[in-house]
Design a protein around this ligand. Structure first.
Ligand code: NAD
Length: 246
């Protein structure tokens, strides 16, 4: 895929799925700006990419604060002259039972997984409308289809991500802005690596494709949806999960 000259923002781009998305888009010649939660993790990701001969820029706005997001997006627009693709990937998960989940836990997950996406979309859409062109991609999850047996805030937030995706796709289609989501299954990231063997092995055995997903599997799906190959696709939640049904 040739994304030459495309200006791409990836939130949660410092590690895991987001960092691989950044790497993949850079390898396909896009200009990529990664967002992280802290200066040091943003710098660490930029250094890691530099060692691979890849160059990205980084910012760390508080995604749940609309003013900070709006100012950062404005800076990026003023610097690059356009914003072609936004990938809303930053997210946190939850696994506590409802009795142990505090009101703040629930609010916090909604803030990062849902309100942050709203803020990013609200800030970026006026610039995309000016160009009559744009792509917004969101990271959902397989739990947005099936729910999960504990940690209700996480699937609730990802169902909301699908709602934002399908609704904005319809609202923004007349402006040639496509909005889609990728719903990963179980993906090999630091988070999954830290799970005990007895938890992860039965889960992997239950995946019909017989293996855990890689961050590259997910990045490739984002690459396809961002590219002109997907020019007639909008409002879709693409499951990339090896047919896992957990
Ligand atoms: P990760 O924990 O490795 O990375 C999360 C990223 O989000 C990091 O870059 C971090 O900086 C950013 N982030 C977290 N909290 C933030 C905050 N408050 N403000 C700004 N940025 C913040 O996780 P991952 O597994 O790579 O997950 C990335 C996305 O994929 C998430 O939306 C997650 O829900 C989704 N997902 C992951 C899996 C999986 O198996 N790993 C499966 C389904 C969906």
């Amino acid at each position: 895929m040739n994304l030459e000259e495309k200006v791409v923002i990836v939130t949660g781009g410092t590690r895991g799925i987001g960092l691989e998305v950044v790497r993949t888009f850079l390898q396909n010649r896009a200009r990529v700006i990664l967002f992280g939660s802290k200066e040091d993790t943003v710098n660490k990701a930029i250094e890691e990419l530099k060692k691979e001969g890849l160059e990205a820029e980084g910012y760390y706005p508080k995604l749940s604060n609309y003013q900070e997001v709006e100012e950062t997006i404005k800076d990026i627009y003023n610097k690059y002259g356009k914003i072609d693709i936004v990938i809303n990937n930053a997210g946190i998960s939850a696994n506590k039972k409802i009795e142990e989940t505090t009101i703040d836990d629930f609010k916090n997950i909604m803030d990062i997984n849902v309100n942050a996406i709203f803020n990013m979309c609200k800030a970026v859409v006026p610039y995309m409308k000016r160009e009559n062109s744009g792509v917004i991609l969101n990271t959902s999850s397989m739990v947005s289809i099936y729910g999960q047996p504990s940690g209700v805030g996480y699937p609730a937030s990802k169902f909301a991500v699908n709602g934002i995706t399908k609704s904005l796709a319809r609202e923004l289609a007349p402006f040639n802005i496509r909005v889609n989501a990728v719903a990963p299954g179980i993906i090999k990231t630091e988070m999954v690596d830290s799970l005990p063997k007895e938890v992860i092995e039965p889960l992997i055995k239950s995946i019909p494709l017989g293996r855990i997903g890689s961050t590259r599997d997910i990045a490739n799906a984002f690459l396809f949806l961002a590219s002109d190959m997907a020019s007639y696709i909008t409002g879709v939640v693409l499951q990339v999960d090896g047919c896992a049904r957990n």
